[in-house]
Design a protein around this ligand. Sequence first.
Ligand code: CP
Length: 318
Amino acid sequence: MNKAEASLKGRDILDLASLTLKERELILETAGKMKDILNRDMKKEPLLRGKSIITLFYEASTRTRTSFELAGKYLGADVVNIAVASSSVSKGESLRDTLYTLQAMKTDAIIMRHPVEGAADYAAKALDAVVINAGDGQRAHPTQALLDLFTIKRHKKNFSDLKIAILGDIRHSRVARSNIVGFREFGAEVRIAGPRPLIPAEIEKLGVVVCDRIEDAIAEADVIYVLRIQLERQKVGFFPTTREYSRIFGLKERHLKLAKPDVLVMHPGPVNRGLEISPDVMYGDKSLIEEQVENGVAVRMAILYLTLTDGEHLEFAN
Ligand code: CP
């Protein structure tokens, strides 16, 4: 792709909708080159030498935080992780003051996860540093959506021919919201299924078909994307019991026969194994769950590289 067609230097990555199709394609194309670095014995390519990156997570994370840290380190940046529980946030320091304190230390990028929707947008408006949204409330998780698009594109040729089923806790899922935007804009048909209380009102406006039974959603599907039941947000009882949820909505081996023979199974993690997905499906030959994690590092390397540099050194991996 011609660099002039899509430049991301200095851009905040807040949600998928604010990236043009060309910009998303640039990220995915660059991630392919970053994946080559990941698969080398010597995984260091100092394209971000002299840059400093801070991860600031107000919610728990394994995959997103660690993959951003490794992505920055593989590209030679200095990466500092702030454990919010042991930071001055625990003394009552506000988000604004925390952000300005970090900016005063001359950081080039802040990777932020926060329970409040719009928190990353607030940070982006306040700061000169690049802000990357690593998940805000139930709204958006753009880097997860990009790594999922990247993963599917490595297995399936024509995205616009795909039928993708998203199963489970759509209501609480920022992953679902970002992925629906990404899948639909690349032309895929998207069906969703889950207990009715976990299906947000007016979700059809995003161009998805709502099914009551997972069997209907996954019929002839090319990709089945299972969501984590966010048990920490189920206090009002969105379904009777986890046992009943697993019986009716948990993805099991027998369901895969309803989908296309070469169906791919995905999950953003962490997984409630045996609840939303059975262990044999999770670890089966159709599962891309580990590959999603690997691709998460490549995609985040691409995002850091493209937002923190002018992107003129891509020939390194050819
Ligand atoms: N998929 C995802 O965001 O995982 P983590 O919460 O472990 O970062």
